[in-house]
Each structure stands twice: as structure tokens, then as C-alpha cells.
Design a protein around this ligand. Structure first.
Ligand SMILES: [Zn+2]
Ligand SMILES: [Zn+2]
Length: 450
């Protein structure tokens, strides 16, 4: 039997930071890297380190509508962080490694489909860019993304909300107590993808036992029925009991057991801000679990067994939550979704999005074309006002993988028609089924192909 090979990429992004004292900083990775080297993990035959390639502008534009252009929302660090996930995914799909862990920053899971700036420390959704790359370039059909960060992965949820082939499951600290304030049990996906979004909001103070209960009784049974070709773990380490932003009680051992059960093909680092007390232990435990190595000795210096216990009342509450969500999953193909309304053949929803880092307010009207032959294309009208007075409106048209020709033509006609419009500053067409991307600047009368 050959050794299990786990691929790693470390990318601390020395030249990128929101501000010099911001908690999302390069030291998040440097302490982990020191620990991995000191313990000799990097020299083990089961571990292989890789150098990241850059994600292309086209890879980003396949997933996001960056306003005005991809180049204005990304730095080289963003292209490397997303590119690291792609590099490891390529290796995994080719069978050269069994699994991988991209330890990169800046993080990505708060970046939504339309990008006007930075929200929750994220501009570009590294996992989503990698997933759309795999589907476009390697023809993968079904992908599951399990988000284990303490914050709700609202960006990833937004990108795959209408996609029945991407299962998104996020557990996180209850949105009533933490940024971004979303991720409730009733957020279950669009009309074509009902219960392919599953949110598990948890009360502050949740322990390893509760987390593992959710994995055993909800996440694993759902994964088994969904049968994904590829499992991604948005690996946020801010559920740790020492994290300065979260209020949970998860340990390095808890994270390792979680990883061992989930068996992700690729883990991509998201949050985690306890630089010295959590990240080196949690990341090392996850790497050992991925490589099939003994992680039982990885322990925080101040931890003792039995330190964190749930009350029986909290455990009962959790069981009811899991049972309720399982019911939605079981009824996924027979439930008519009631949230949003259908007007003239489009399913509509209004969204208000706040960019906490960049002080931008966005209002979206998202319309999904109801089609009997495919999952329908999306038309998104997005209007923003920046904190410093700039404002504008854009139109984004997105045609999904496997779209029918009627939907593809209709979206292309809408794009061409909108070019004469005086309402929009920019117009975008993203046809994933043919990997054909276009952008148009109405004031300059200029078109480009990202
Ligand atoms: Zn987080
Ligand atoms: Zn169609």
C-alpha cells in the first residue's frame, strides 16, 4: 500500500494586509509554518509541498463579476491564494496526491458573486474560483463545500445558491451573535437547488462533542446521498476556544477528528486569528489527520481533557436542530420554495449587502429565468453607493454550466440590448457552459474579454 500523500501550500502574502494592525495578518501562517518545520512534519514521506501557480484573470471572471474589472479588485496575492487552491486541486484530480491543504491568505468565503470591494477580509472566493475551474477544465459534475469557519460562509452560499450540483454546508456561530449576521436554518437555496444549501447556526460555547455529533448525524449522511466528485473544506480555525473573534470551544483534537471524518479532497484555509495559541496546533492536527498520521499528541499547552462540556439541555436543542435540517434535505426534491417571488417567468429576490471593510452598500435585484430545460440563467442588477460618494449601477448576466441554448441566447441578447442602455455603467456576460466571458464599459463604449 502506498503512503497517503498530502499536498501543502503555504502562502503568507507578505505584501498584502488590510492595515498593519489588522487581525488578518501574515503571522497567521508564519507560526504554523514554524511549527510544521520544527516538528519535522514537512520531511515526512506522506507530505509534499508545492509552489502555487497564479489563477488567471479568466479564472476569476468565470466565478465573479468584479466591478469594474478583475484587475481593480485583485492583487497578485489574491491570484496566488486562489491559484494555490487550483494547483492542489489539479494534483488531486490527476491522482498525484490524495488530498491537500492550501494554507493561504487573503481568505475568501465572504466574497460573493458580484464584487465591489472587500467584505469580511475577502475580495475573491478562493474555493469558488477553484470549484468553477474544476467544473470547467476537468468536467467535474458534483462538488460539496463544507465550511467549518466560525463565521457563516455567506459569499460561497451566494455564489452557489441556485446551483443544484454544488452542495454547500456551513456550521458557524449563530448569526445573531457574530458577523456576517446570516446563515439561519431557513436559508436553504434557490428554487432549483432547494436544501443544497444547509446552514447550522450554533450557540456560543459549542464544544467538540456537539460538532462531531453534527458531522456524524447530518453532514456525513447528506454527503453520502449527494455523492460528490470532490469535497472541499473551507477550513476556518476561528472556532478554537482561544480565538479572539469567535466564542466557541473547539480544540485542535476536535478539528483533527472533524477532518478525519469529513475526508475532504482539499482544505483551504479561511479564518482563525489566535496566532500563537490556536493556529499552529489546529493546522498541524489537520495536516496529520489528512495524511492519515497519528495526531493524538497534538494538544494546546493549557488544555486538559474534560475542560469543555455541554449541558443536556444544549445537547437536546442540537438534536432537534439536526433532525429539522435532515427533514429539509429528505424533502429537497418535493418542496416548493416560498421565499422570493416569481414575476414574468423570473424568480426574483432583493438583496442588501454591506461591505464592512470598504464601507460600500449594495442593493441587488437578482432574477433567475425559470426554464423547463435547464436551471435557468441569472440576471443581477447591482447598485452601489461607496462611503466616499461614488455610486453606480451594473448589470451581470450569468449562464450556468449545462444551460439550454434558449437560455444562452436569451442572456446573450439581453447583454447586447443593454449595451445601448444609459442606466448601467458596466455590463457583464458570463457563459459558464461555453466558458465565454465579456465585459462592456457603456461610457467608453469599450468591450473586453477577460
Ligand atoms: Zn471566520
Ligand atoms: Zn434553459
Amino acid at each position: 500500500m502506498r503512503c497517503k500523500q498530502t499536498g501543502l501550500i503555504f502562502f503568507p502574502a507578505f505584501d498584502w494586509a488590510i492595515s498593519p494592525t489588522h487581525p488578518e495578518r501574515e503571522e497567521r501562517l508564519l507560526y504554523t509554518r514554524d511549527q510544521i518545520f520544527e516538528e519535522g512534519i514537512i520531511d515526512l514521506p506522506q507530505i509534499a509541498e508545492f509552489t502555487p501557480q497564479l489563477a488567471s484573470i479568466h479564472d476569476i471572471a468565470r466565478t465573479h463579476f468584479c466591478v469594474p474589472q478583475v484587475e481593480s479588485q485583485t492583487t497578485e496575492a489574491h491570484l496566488i491564494a486562489a491559484g494555490a487552491a487550483i494547483t492542489l486541486a489539479d494534483q488531486i484530480v490527476a491522482g498525484l496526491i490524495d488530498n491537500g491543504f492550501a494554507l493561504v491568505r487573503p481568505p475568501g468565503h465572504h466574497a460573493m458573486r458580484v464584487v465591489h470591494g472587500n467584505r469580511g477580509f475577502c475580495n475573491i472566493n478562493n474555493e469558488a474560483v477553484m470549484v468553477e475551474y474544476l467544473r470547467s477544465r476537468h468536467g467535474l459534475k458534483r462538488v460539496a463545500i463544507i465550511d467549518t469557519d466560525v463565521h457563516h460562509g455567506d459569499g460561497t452560499q451566494d455564489i452557489f445558491w441556485h446551483d443544484p450540483d454544488v452542495l454547500f454546508i456551513s456550521f458557524h456561530q449563530d448569526g445573531r451573535t457574530l458577523y456576517p449576521g446570516t446563515g439561519f436554518i431557513y436559508e436553504l437555496g434557490g428554487p432549483c437547488a432547494y436544501a443544497r444549501t444547509i446552514n447550522i447556526p450554533l450557540p456560543p460555547g459549542t464544544t467538540d462533542d456537539s460538532l462531531l455529533y453534527i458531522v456524524d448525524n447530518l453532514i456525513l449522511p447528506v454527503l453520502e446521498e449527494f455523492r460528490p466528485d470532490f469535497i472541499v473544506n473551507s477550513a476556518g480555525q476561528d472556532n478554537h476556544y482561544t480565538d479572539p473573534l469567535g466564542s466557541m470551544r473547539i480544540t485542535a483534537q476536535g478539528y483533527a477528528r472533524l477532518t478525519e471524518k469529513l475526508r475532504p479532497d482539499l482544505a483551504v484555509l479561511e479564518g482563525g486569528y489566535a496566532i500563537e495559541t490556536a493556529l499552529p496546533y489546529v493546522n498541524m492536527a489537520i495536516i496529520l489527520a489528512l495524511a492519515g498520521l497519528d495526531y493524538s499528541n497534538v494538544r494546546e499547552p493549557d488544555f486538559w481533557p474534560g475542560r469543555f462540556k455541554e449541558t443536556s439541555q444544549r445537547t437536546e436543542q442540537l438534536k432537534r436542530l439536526v433532525d429539522g435540517l435532515l427533514k429539509h434535505w429528505k424533502n429537497r426534491d418535493t418542496t416548493l420554495t416560498g421565499r422570493g417571488k416569481t414575476v414574468n417567468g423570473y424568480y426574483e429576490r432583493e438583496k442588501l449587502i454591506f461591505y464592512d471593510t470598504d464601507y460600500i452598500e449594495e442593493h441587488q435585484t437578482e432574477k433567475l429565468r425559470i426554464c423547463s430545460n435547464c436551471t435557468g440563467y441569472l440576471s443581477i442588477e447591482s447598485e452601489v453607493s461607496h462611503g466616499f460618494g461614488q455610486a453606480g449601477k451594473v448589470l451581470c448576466l450569468s449562464v450556468p454550466f449545462g444551460a439550454c441554448s434558449k437560455c444562452r441566447n436569451e442572456a446573450a441578447d439581453l447583454y447586447t440590448g443593454a449595451k445601448k442602455s444609459v442606466v448601467y455603467n458596466y455590463i457583464y456576460l458570463q457563459d459558464k457552459s461555453s466558458d465565454y466571458l465579456l465585459g462592456y464599459d457603456t461610457k467608453a463604449g469599450k468591450e473586453w474579454r477577460p
